[in-house]
Ligand binder design. Structure first.
Ligand code: GTQ
Length: 348
């Protein structure tokens, strides 16, 4: 029989089985089980000065209260309309104007905040408030009550990172708003309690963790910066990452959150990193300094507050013209638990 005849018989067969919700694997296998990652996500860059006016304008069009969370989503150009920056991660810029409150709620999704602009707004998590400053890393673990407010006299903007697409993958979303009438949750402990209790290299003697997320919920930049500074002086640099630290849950040594891994790295002035890739696509927020990152064929020239995304398995390399500090987050925490995570250095 001719090839054309066979192909025609196959097509007819596919049509016959379709009503029974059946499909031939051999037509799709190569696209499903690929020899290496083929992310749909593409590298993308947001210059903060260019998008800041849009963020502030959102503040003229809707209140934080009406929006519940007034956020401009950072959408990957390959995922427009899907509210994600990589296949597994959501990111956005949240704005709170002076005097505003983003009302209390809780959800199955885990959130991280990385403070980009402003000082003195707060997030309250499970009865404790924390004031936020640029470079602070704050977590709101799954199913914890949280509200945000700005008691300062300036706008406050932070990067939100959530595991929304991961929770979507499992169809495991739950959410609740607090009882009507209360925008803010009642406070049960003074500011700084969690950091003193769990984040000073000590733990309460009879305390045992009840949740997988870190009991510390604000990792202040001042401490992180000092650690990087000291390690930078010792000059022991990783050829790809400079000095790169991961945020940890002090009770377990695991990442601060079970689904999202977070990192802070220092690239000393003149650093020229080697090529690197890993299976976790990463979202970067520049804290200090200027430099450039080559991702695939593209080059992102970055400065303070700029944001960019490096999709899974894209070769990339960082260079720094000045001492630079980069925050990043990814789904590495999940991939490692599932035994999926891989990395390659140089030309691997
Ligand atoms: O602050 O709780 O960017 O629920 C998206 C969903 C922030 C939040 C977002 C959320 C939040």
């Amino acid at each position: 029989m001719s090839d054309a005849g066979l192909l025609e018989r196959r097509r007819k067969f596919y049509d016959e089985i379709a009503p029974d919700n059946l499909a031939p694997l051999w037509e799709v296998l190569r696209g499903l089980v690929t020899p290496e990652p083929r992310p749909q996500a593409v590298p993308a860059f947001w210059r903060y000065e260019a998008i800041r006016p849009h963020v502030l304008r959102s503040g003229e069009l809707i209140t934080a209260k009406e929006a519940e969370r007034r956020v401009l989503i950072l959408e990957n150009p390959a995922y427009r309309g899907q509210s994600k920056i990589t296949n597994s991660l959501y990111a956005g810029l949240q704005l709170i104007m002076p005097g505003e409150v983003a009302p209390v709620h809780r959800h199955a999704q885990t959130a991280l905040r990385f403070i980009v602009e402003g000082e003195g707004a707060y997030t309250a998590v499970e009865g404790e408030k924390t004031l936020m400053r640029p470079g602070d890393f704050v977590i709101t673990p799954s199913w914890t009550w949280h509200d945000h407010g700005n008691e300062s006299d300036r706008p406050m903007v932070w990067l939100d990172g959530l595991d929304i697409p991961i929770v979507q993958l499992f169809d495991a979303s739950f959410a609740e708003t607090h009882l009507p009438g209360a925008d803010a949750q009642p406070l049960a402990r003074p500011e700084g309690d969690a950091l003193a209790r769990y984040g000073a290299g000590l733990l309460p003697v009879d305390w045992h963790p009840q949740a997988p997320a870190s009991p510390v919920f604000n990792y202040p930049y001042a401490r992180t910066r000092e650690a990087l500074e000291r390690l930078g002086r010792s000059g022991d640099l990783d050829a790809c990452h400079g000095i790169k630290l991961r945020y940890v849950n002090p009770a377990s040594g695991d990442y601060a959150m079970p689904t999202m891994a977070t990192f802070m790295q220092l690239l000393p002035r003149g650093f020229r990193g080697q090529r690197y890739r890993s299976t976790d696509g990463s979202v970067y927020s520049v804290v200090e300094g200027r430099g450039r990152t080559q991702v695939g064929e593209q080059v992102f020239d970055w400065g303070p507050r700029d944001l960019f995304v490096v999709p899974s398995w894209y070769p990339h390399r960082h260079e720094a013209a000045e001492d630079a500090v980069l925050f990043s987050f990814s789904d590495r925490a999940v991939q490692q638990k599932l035994g999926l995570w891989r990395e390659a250095r140089g030309n691997g």
